[in-house]
Design a protein around this ligand. Sequence first.
Ligand SMILES: Nc1ncnc2c1ncn2[C@@H]1O[C@H](COP(=O)(O)OP(=O)(O)OP(=O)(O)O)[C@@H](O)[C@H]1O
Length: 368
Amino acid sequence: MLRPLTEKRVRDALGTIMNPVTGGDVVSSGIVESVAIKDGDVTVILAIDPRTLDAMEAVGKECEGAVAKLSGVKSVRIALTAHRAEPAREPSMPRGAVPPPKPPAPQPLNGVRKIVAVASGKGGVGKSTTSVNLALALKQRGLKVAVLDADIYGPSIPKMLGAGGRPDFTPDDRIRPVVSHGIKAISMGHLVPEDRATIWRGPMVIGAIQQLLGGVAWDEDGGVDVLVVDLPPGTGDAQLSLVQTVPVDGAVLVSTPQDIALIDARKAYDMFDQIGIRVLGMVENMSQFTCPDCGSTHDIFGHGGAIAAAKEKGIAILGQVPLDPAIMRQGEQGLPIVIAAPDSAIAQAYLAMADRIMIDLAVAPADQ
Ligand SMILES: Nc1ncnc2c1ncn2[C@@H]1O[C@H](COP(=O)(O)OP(=O)(O)OP(=O)(O)O)[C@@H](O)[C@H]1O
């Protein structure tokens, strides 16, 4: 019997072709923007960095050959597009030049009602810890919640949620999120070997995330009330492009109180402000350390810096979370503090953040 021609079979064929620019294969390097199949005619769009056009034209030919060999294929068209992550900067446009097209309007994700992006200007400040605990707090308030780990450079969500393993696929070849502690999660860490992630460059990250967003079955089991997106740290082109790709309803900024982290948090605020995404507030993480032995409180990184910075920009403070070794330990064990110690003051702080976000986004369990 003839096997039906599916997107998965086409992607599997593309996955056998090497991408000489990254050293990985065409699919895992995130350049497959879309695959369309109609009556045996296959169109594949590869989003490439225009500077690599020569090399990628040869790759396009190889892809064409690999897909053409599949049973059921009548014709193959491989289109190369310059990745839209690299728009020309308007002020430096030469006179008379045609301005580049604006990024396409964000497309709603099927089955997802609200999207909250969690961002930090700087790495290592506790962005993933915040994403996971906030997601679990929203779940405790009765919402259907999912987390998308878009932090390709250090995808830590599967570990923090204890949601390892490989996701499986729906009958129509979409990725089914992994479920842990009652929330859905999908991460680049589920799909890409960890040692590969660090060599990815901005445009590839965006391509991969777009592929991920569009290819996940968010709509199963009644859909998702709030999707929490854990962004890669920083405010570069990759972050900007990502938040323009999906219809983000609000952003949460995470910062430690050090000056250096706060300077970057302000940049993150400016990035959202520029593109008209509402900043719901800032979380000051690792704000103080309470000695577990003597109970005395220490300001490790200074204290209240985030509050001052937030005030200056008119940003709300969603909460302050102390530096507590339990947070790290439980994160390592796949048991975030909202689950491990739901009555603790820290878990309560995350629940209070969830309440505030639900009010700001006007989302309630009754919406289901
Ligand atoms: N309040 C806290 N108290 C103690 N440890 C914490 C706290 N917040 C985060 N951590 C720990 O700090 C480390 C970095 O946290 P996390 O991975 O959440 O940061 P991140 O900003 O997402 O980092 P990256 O930039 O690598 O994505 C983790 O080991 C985490 O468990």
